[in-house]
Design a protein around this ligand. Structure first.
Ligand code: SF4
Ligand code: SF4
Length: 190
């Protein structure tokens, strides 16, 4: 349920602005972001509404919405926003804040997206690049959907879209060090 907490101090707005570097208050609700967003129809709240909920300090609704997880960070919205609001950065800031504050959207789709993010980051950490075949296999195993999209594999393999082997990038070691540093910093700020 959405409750109007206009009298209370809106800490959510300050936190989102600070994390994202955007000024959400600049939004005048024109809706251009919604008409541009390729996934807005699947979101609990499209970008314009997420922005408005942040302005109203509706922490629970904002954190629990699938919107920030469905966001593709494609920047189509911010490219058309007349107020130059960096909406993907706002979405990312909300995702991080929700995780830190232990808000969990446990819908199947959001759980799958989170797993996808984890596996992708793990690939980059290990190889310095993505390894599509392994990523597909791990994703199917971890979501217990072993044969998902398997019918696409032969065609993609034949067309050379999915390399069979993986050659770690020369910079893989440096990337691993970057991860370690980020993990240390994260622990320090907990
Ligand atoms: S396009 Fe920009 S100003 Fe318009 S509703 Fe979206 S965020 Fe607000
Ligand atoms: S960055 Fe996210 S919110 Fe913006 S258009 Fe792309 S998917 Fe939609």
């Amino acid at each position: 349920m959405i409750t109007l907490g206009l009298q209370e101090k809106n800490t959510l707005l300050a936190e989102v602005n600070q994390r994202s570097g955007a000024n959400v208050l600049e939004c005048y609700q024109c809706g251009k972001c919604v008409s541009t967003c390729p996934v807005s129809q699947y979101m609990d709240f499209p970008p314009r509404e997420i922005i408005q909920l942040v302005k109203l300090g509706q922490r629970n609704e904002v954190y629990m919405a699938n919107s920030t997880w469905f966001c593709l960070t494609c920047s189509a919205c911010s490219g058309r926003c007349p107020r130059q609001i960096e909406i993907p950065a706002v979405m990312e800031a909300i995702r991080h804040l929700a995780i830190e504050e232990n808000y969990v959207n446990d819908s199947t789709k959001v759980k799958e997206i989170r797993k996808f993010h984890e596996i992708f980051l793990d690939m980059i950490k290990r190889y310095g690049r993505n390894y599509e075949l392994r990523m597909m296999a791990e994703f199917n195993i971890r979501t217990r959907n072993l044969f998902k999209d398997m019918h696409l594999a032969p065609k993609a393999l034949l067309k050379g879209k999915i390399p069979l082997g993986v050659k770690p990038m020369k910079s893989a070691k440096a990337i691993r060090r970057m991860y370690q540093l980020a993990e240390k910093l994260e622990k320090k700020h907990q």
